[in-house]
Design a protein around this ligand. Structure first.
Ligand code: ZN
Ligand code: ZN
Length: 677
């Protein structure tokens, strides 16, 4: 062996490992690099993944021995040591064959399935005040989505059998699950008064909730002390940044968790003997809750081409807000549609409540600045116009309890959420004089949804079962009705002249004579005039041209989601613009057998957002001319002064093909329900 080889063997392996350790500090090193490094110079790969110094030293020593034994640069023999070292490094990569089962466990969750209270707080009473109503925590007080929110269900008394039928609050038709009868559902226009059934009903259930909470608090303390350190040891960050699980420590941690859980049970049993509820108060707090659709027109630029764009779009919106600000209570959170709310009229007479001290209109605050809430994110928005069509608004009387109790020589006051039956946090101070009786308005008959017969009031024929139809078409006498608290009112409508195409769908539209008042008071009745003025100048058709009377046709349909609904609306706009319809006044003649699509939008809602729908009227050349300071007052702030008349138009199948299977918000549900499913 030469002297240089001896020096090389002794000095280079440790020096190289030290260098790699220095370079790789705090960095993620690719697993293949680790294996190659350790294979070329044993110990350096291990140093790269920050293995303990003793292990690195051992590996370096093995490398040194190898070099000394081989006595020279003999690649064949050195390769044997290289492979051994590479396999050594393999253990600290995701490809480790010994922990092949370790891959799915990279989340760091104990394998024993023991609940980890940090990630699964639902297994015990929650200490997060927001995580209360049905576990559906909602940090924001408003949510938007393209799938319509089903909202909550309300119990409605069946007029046939007297049972309380849970009805999703946005539905306009329901089937009694007890006697099978079909009904129209009315009352959506009024402010509903509902309450969440309380899981806490007496002192005993209140005691249980407090005990569960104290147990959980004790459990968390023990967990933090005995289980969490093991958990941290059991899961360590491997070379790829993924978590690897050490089976031995993990087993210890699972065992420790069980022990801690048992201790917590024992703690609960112990304090149960001495726990004394000294004072408790049950009360209801009012929240405003609202659901509807946000319609929007957006002006902006295409992020790629920088072309100007003008789009019409929509989304479902749900929001809630406390109706009183005297006492600070947790926010409403999202109401799960699985939870059935009951009419506030069913509350017992002696119930105590906090009175609302702000108006239902303050709910608009919950939606924030609608004009800043951009729905279509495909463009860089410069200017937005928004219109919110509210479908249902309710006062939700939510049950709360405060409990002052003594346990283990300490006195404490907690706030308990009746809806979830769990502790929400420390009790706020509430002067008992604050509580009042439930206001009479909350028990008024108009403050609830009701069933109404499905029959046509003129001919007695049963309406089709259309779950989200707001107007009801009698396929026998061809009359159209609006159902409301006082009964049914016939609505006049027109229908379009038949078209030559064989396959058509009869689509309901609201037809408005164009009477648009812009934000600065100009009256527009002519679409050419509307398009010309978008740049603030009348330079295309000229100022003198007499405005003709145009019509605006707005579809009255809904689709299963607002993305499809947006595309359906925009397709129908172009179809109607290029094929101006010729309506025939009055009902369909009796010798025809029309089966039109359900009307799902009322005239009032449509009139409000119709100016935004006119965003579709502008062609590419018009949009290129849009004046950013002018588009707001000219279009987004414009109001439609005329009123709409319902008209069914025959639309050729090729136009409706992309969305006809998705018309109606609950189409699937509706079919299932109608077939008795
Ligand atoms: Zn029934
Ligand atoms: Zn009829």
């Amino acid at each position: 062996m030469t002297l240089p080889w001896l020096l090389f063997s002794l000095i280079i392996p440790p020096a190289f490992a030290a260098l790699i350790w220095f370079l790789a500090r705090g960095k993620k090193v690719d697993p293949s690099v680790i294996i190659v490094l350790n294979g070329l110079m044993p110990g350096s790969g291990l140093a790269a993944v920050d293995r303990p110094i003793l292990e690195v030293a051992l590996c370096v020593l093995m490398g040194q021995i190898g070099l000394l034994v081989v006595r020279g640069p003999d690649i064949g023999q050195l390769a044997v040591f290289g492979v051994v070292a590479a396999c050594w490094a393999l253990l600290y990569t995701p490809w480790n064959p010994l922990t092949a089962q370790g891959l799915p466990k990279t989340t760091g969750k104990p394998a024993g399935g023991a609940p980890d209270p940090h990630t699964h707080p639902v297994t015990a009473p929650s200490t997060d005040p927001r995580d209360t109503v049905g576990g559906m925590a909602n940090l924001e007080q408003q949510t938007e989505s393209d799938t319509p929110t089903e909202g909550y269900s309300v119990a409605v008394r069946c007029t046939e059998c007297g049972a309380d039928v849970p009805v999703p609050v946005l539905q306009h038709a329901a089937r009694c699950s007890f006697c099978g009868s079909h009904h129209l559902v009315v009352g959506h226009d009024d402010l509903l008064q509902v309450t969440i059934p309380s899981k806490i009903t007496d002192t005993q259930s209140l005691r249980e909730a407090v005990l569960d909470h104290l147990r959980y608090r004790h459990y968390l303390k023990l967990y933090e002390r005995f289980v969490a350190p093991l958990e941290r040891q059991a899961t360590e960050v491997g070379p790829t940044g993924a978590m690897a699980v050490r089976a031995d420590v993990e087993a210890a941690s699972t065992a420790a968790e069980s022990a801690v859980s048992l201790k917590a049970d024992a703690f609960r049993a112990k304090i149960e003997k001495t726990l004394e509820i000294r004072d408790s108060q049950h009360f209801l707090a009012p929240y405003y809750h609202s659901m509807g659709t946000l319609f929007q027109a957006a002006f902006g630029r295409d992020p790629r081409t920088q072309d100007k764009r003008l789009l019409f779009t929509m989304a479902s919106l749900e929001g809630a807000l406390s109706a009183q600000d005297g006492i600070e209570l947790p926010p409403m959170g999202k109401l799960s549609y699985l939870k059935t709310l009951v009419s506030a009229a069913q509350l017992e007479a002696e119930v105590r409540v906090l009175l609302p001290n702000n108006d239902a209109d303050t709910l608009k605050n919950a939606y924030g600045e609608l004009d800043r809430k951009q729905l279509d994110r495909s463009i860089q928005t410069i200017k937005l116009g928004s219109s919110f069509a509210e479908e249902v608004r309710a006062v939700v009387w939510r049950p709360w309890w405060t409990a002052e109790f003594q346990a283990a020589a300490t006195t404490e006051s907690l706030l308990i959420d009746g809806a979830s039956g769990s502790v929400a946090g420390p009790a706020p101070f509430i002067d008992s004089k604050t509580f009042q009786d439930l206001p009479e308005t909350a028990r008024a008959p108009g403050a609830a949804l009701h069933f109404q017969p499905m029959e046509c009031p003129t001919c007695g024929h049963e309406f089709r079962y259309e779950i989200d139809a707001v107007l009801h078409f009698c396929i026998n006498c061809h009359r159209l009705f609006d159902a409301h608290g006082e009964g049914k009112t016939e609505i006049d409508y027109d229908h379009g002249t038949p078209i030559p195409e064989d396959a058509v769908d009869l689509v309901p539209f609201w037809r408005f004579p164009l009477q648009l008042m812009t934000g600065n008071g100009t009256i527009i009745t002519d679409l050419r005039y509307l398009k010309d003025g978008i740049d603030g100048k009348m330079d295309q058709i000229g100022d003198e041209t007499q405005q003709r009377q145009d019509f605006l046709w707005v579809p009255a349909i809904r689709c299963i989601n607002t993305r499809l609904m947006t595309s359906a609306f925009n397709r129908l706009f172009f179809h109607v613009t290029s094929n101006p319809p010729r309506p025939i006044r009055g009902r369909y003649p009796l010798d025809e057998k029309p089966t039109p699509w359900p009307v799902c939008l009322k005239e009032g809602e449509v009139r409000h957002f119709a100016p935004l729908y006119l965003a579709n009227a502008f062609g590419r050349r018009d949009i290129a001319r849009v004046n950013v300071h002018h588009v707001g007052p000219w279009l987004f702030d414009a109001k439609l002064l005329s009123s709409g008349r319902l008209t069914y138009l025959p639309i050729p199948r090729p136009v409706t093909e992309t969305f006809r299977a998705y018309v109606g918000r609950y189409r699937g549900d509706a079919l299932a329900a109608a077939q008795g499913g």
